[in-house]
Write a protein that binds this ligand. Sequence first.
Ligand SMILES: [Zn+2]
Length: 340
Amino acid sequence: MVNDGVVDIGGLKVLAVPGRGFPQNVPCDAYLLESAGEILLVDTGADREVGWILDAAGPLGASISLMVNTHAHFDQLAGNAKLLSAGVAALLAPGGAEKLVERYGEASRSYRGQIDLDELSAFFTNAEVSVFMNYYNGQHMTMPEVPVSRSLAGGDTVRFGDVALEVIEAPGHSPHHLCLLDRERGALFSGSALLSEGIAYAGDNLFEPGGEGDVAMLLESTSRLEGLPFDALFSSAGFILEGGPGRARETALYYREFEERLLELLSGGPSSPEELARSLHTGERTRMQAYRDRAAVLGMLRKLQAEGVGVPTSQPAPPNPPSPTREKARFKTPFLHRPT
Ligand SMILES: [Zn+2]
């Protein structure tokens, strides 16, 4: 039952706080779960979502007592510090990622040093590059050290109100990723391990101080998630109330076809990741899509190489030649605009 945006599943009330995309198409939906006067928050958004989360919690008639990060990417945890200051009592995080969650600001700044700006500049404008880098500088998101109250491992139970959520480990999108399952009501809170809209992503990306994605691991997690008893799927990119396991099957199928098409292209001889990405995705692509297409190819190539499949790729194509304007963008350009 859905009333005023609140989904009621057997007494568990769920309110989605949608991410509105930063800088382009970055999903970061958060969920407020209410039961018997207690609220648990799944993921904390990317800073500006904090206000929306607190506003949305008001009409639920309770304050947020617990929050969980499904994984250590900025769009799932950057609101942690502000929410703790706003009175949320406890922060729960995946085991293995606690240190990263606690010290995300520092981790992201050191990750910043590893980012290949020439590569980014081949896909994004200087203004966009500077927005990314300012995030890693902590200029637009304060990410002070925050204490993790409890580390979660597979099989643990998170209780609030009348609800018991089982922790399911689902690495792949990031090395430490968890989902929360309400077995009684058949609801899975999947973070970014399984998406109700789109295909879960395991390539390199700009937002991953938590480590690279791993396609093979993602597929293992996907097949485990498919076997769980749930129908409703609440993910970091939207939710569906029926047919959740079908999204796991679609994800597996997508990657199987992706792998087959990539192997077919590779059988024609050496090719750069850029050429492969362009052959796989014809038609109009946004810059973010083009960047992610290439990252997805690199992720699948890593999987094939790890499996001992001979991958005849040439060296990655060189980035665009440096330009004086791009030089200026290096860590120095002030925040120019906030895309909406
Ligand atoms: Zn993520």
